[in-house]
Design a protein around this ligand. Structure first.
Ligand code: PGA
Length: 258
């Protein structure tokens, strides 16, 4: 079964309102002009406060570009000052959300258990969830890449039913490759993706493992995207730095749709 590629732009804590609206508009227009949605899913993940403006820009361009948020609360509503719920994201126009990005795991300190609860909150509300996993350099050097990825995966996915799993995209993002300009080699990335797919088979079944999209993140750019995307188990990308320019992000989308 051919999997439909998924390419997401993670804008992180960048841009002001004007810049975010302009970038959302440019990506929406370009992806529409190139009919990208006929072949791939393209998503952008602006900061919370820019979701409304990005929704407006996407709708004005009459584009299928998917709007996503970078995080959500594990709770439904209530006294959680500063948090944002899945329903509030949907209300603001989001249809997808990142869960467990490495900066949230390692900089903010989110645990596997919290990430599992956030994943459930996203899926219960009907959002597409991009679950991020990945090892640190120390863990890689100690030969623990698969062990760490598979632990993060199991903690998040165990207990889900395979129908709900269809709303999950897994992003493999080696922490040492994020924002560093160092990319995993296509072979190393492929090995990690294959191990993740095998673990999905072990937790669910063969069908689920063939169906699930596993995308790569960590210094993906137009120059290295084609080689990574040519690997059999790499189904797209989660792009940070290179997603802040419409032309480089669209170039990666085109590589994924080729
Ligand atoms: P990067 O970020 O492309 O800037 O390495 C990727 C990510 O953190 O999702």
């Amino acid at each position: 079964m051919a999997r439909r590629p998924f390419v997401g732009g993670n804008w992180k804590m960048n841009l002001n309102l004007e810049g975010a609206s302009a970038l959302a508009g440019a990506v929406a227009q370009e992806s529409r002009d190139r009919s990208l949605s006929q072949r791939i899913d393209v998503a952008i993940f602006p900061a919370f406060v820019h979701l409304g403006a990005a929704r407006g820009a996407i709708d004005a361009a009459q584009s299928d570009l998917v709007l996503g948020a970078q995080d959500l609360s594990a709770e439904k509503n209530g006294a959680f000052t500063g948090e944002i719920s899945a329903e509030q994201l949907i209300d603001a126009g989001a249809r997808a959300v990142l869960v467990g990005h490495s900066e949230r795991r390692h900089v903010i300190g989110e645990t596997d258990e919290l990430i599992a609860r956030k994943l459930r909150a996203a899926l219960d509300a009907g959002l597409t969830a991009v679950l991020c996993v990945g090892e640190t350099l120390e863990e890689r050097d100690a030969g623990r890449t698969d062990e760490v990825n598979l632990r993060q995966l199991r903690c998040a996915l165990e207990g889900l039913d395979s129908h709900t799993l269809r709303s999950v995209v897994i992003a493999y993002e080696p922490v040492w490759a994020i924002g560093t300009g160092r990319t995993a080699s296509p072979e190393d990335a492929q090995n990690a993706h294959a191990a993740i797919r095998e673990e999905v088979r072990a937790i669910f079944d063969h069908d689920a493992s063939i169906r699930i999209r596993i995308i790569y993140g960590g210094s993906m750019k137009p120059e290295n995207a084609a080689d990574l995307l040519a690997q059999p188990d790499i189904d797209g990308g989660l792009i940070g730095g290179a997603s802040l320019s419409a032309s480089s992000f669209i170039a990666i989308c085109q590589a994924a749709s080729a």
